[in-house]
Design a protein around this ligand. Structure first.
Ligand code: PHE
Length: 340
């Protein structure tokens, strides 16, 4: 029996040397160390041997088992290392391959223009105040001194959501919001944002566009402050040689109301297609904040006054970059957008 055990061990170790992958190793384990292996069988039968043989056979069987298990583990380790080396050799990453190009986005021309506007007004002490695109009839019109059925409402063709709710037609409702929030502090803010008008889309007008509103509320503010602010803006945005012209106008929420024109940057006031041979480009509507509007914002018009202005964002960018069709802004044509 002892000799048989020695043979069994030699045979198993011999077979292990031939094993070359993990599948073969598993078969080897089942055959030589598994439940149905010869070794296991012997271990099982030790009890049936004559008592004087039992200790020696038992001890040797355990020794053989331990030796085979140790050899098995050593082989498993060796195979694992071999596999790793093969993988390292064959599955090496080629770091010299050029990478896939990452496509870089860019800021939309409108965003760039808005940021330029924020920077200019920021230097003049104006904060940026954002207000919602979806507004109530009351804020867009009523509190701006246009009660229901006021004819001036016709100046803004409106996208209605319900009888009371609409898409803002201008950034002016933000005036009421900021006044109610800041009252009784003085105010110097710009209110940028998208506006919506139920209008035919043409090369000159879109039904969605950006405006920037300006609002200053304080004591003894004058029309001269307003004109100075607009002139300063025009010169910083378009160039130091620009001139401003003021015309009387009408808005229900300012009194008096004005419109400001700037000499045409393309022809220097000589007259061209862009300025329609007038030499002037309209830049904004403005005026002194109407007492009713101040009151609706919470300010006593006997003590407080202020100015407000509002201008579009795409049109100035069009003039500055010689863009002749406003529809290009939101047409999502990368050939256009990539130029800026
Ligand atoms: N809200 C006006 C418009 O959209 C512009 C404006 C703003 C005029 C502020 C006066 C004062 O046409």
């Amino acid at each position: 029996m002892l000799q048989k055990l020695h043979q069994l061990k030699d045979k198993a170790l011999q077979a292990l040397k031939m094993v070359s992958d993990s599948e073969e190793l598993e078969s080897w384990r089942i055959e030589h160390l598994g439940r149905k292996s010869e070794l296991n069988q012997i271990l099982h039968d030790v009890g049936r041997l004559p008592p004087e043989e039992r200790p020696a056979v038992g001890r040797l069987t355990n020794e053989v088992k331990l030796a085979l298990e140790t050899a098995y583990e050593g082989k498993a380790e060796a195979l694992k290392r071999q596999e790793l080396e093969r993988a390292l050799r064959e599955e090496r990453i080629d770091v010299t391959l050029p990478g896939r190009p990452v496509s870089l986005g860019r800021l939309h021309l409108t965003t760039q223009t808005l940021r330029e506007i924020y920077a200019i007004f920021g230097q003049m002490g104006f904060q940026v105040y954002e207000s919602p695109d979806v507004e109530t009839d009351e804020l867009n019109f009523g509190l701006l001194n246009m009660p229901p059925h006021h004819p001036a409402r016709d100046m803004w063709d409106t996208f209605w959501i319900s009888d009371e709710v609409l898409l803002r037609t201008h950034t002016s409702p933000g005036q009421i919001r900021v006044m109610r929030e800041r009252c009784p502090e003085p105010i110097r803010v710009i209110l940028p944002g998208k506006c919506y008008r139920y209008e035919q889309v043409t090369a000159r007008s879109e039904h969605q566009f950006y405006q920037v509103e300006g609002l200053a509320v304080g004591h003894a503010i004058t029309m001269t402050d307003l004109i100075g602010t607009l002139t300063e803006f025009a010169r910083r945005f378009y160039g130091p040689e620009r001139r401003i012209r003021i015309r009387g106008s009408y808005f229900p929420f300012t009194e008096p109301s004005i419109e400001a024109d700037m000499d045409c940057i393309l022809c220097d006031g000589e007259g061209c297609r862009v300025c329609r041979y007038s030499g002037w480009l309209e830049i904004c509507g403005a005026g002194m904040v109407h007492p009713v509007v101040l009151e609706n914002g919470g300010y006593d018009p006997d003590e407080w006054n202020g100015f407000a202005f509002g201008f579009g964002v795409e049109r100035p960018a069009m003039v500055k970059y010689s863009i002749d069709d406003i529809r290009l802004f939101y047409g999502n044509d990368l050939r256009f957008l990539r130029q800026f």
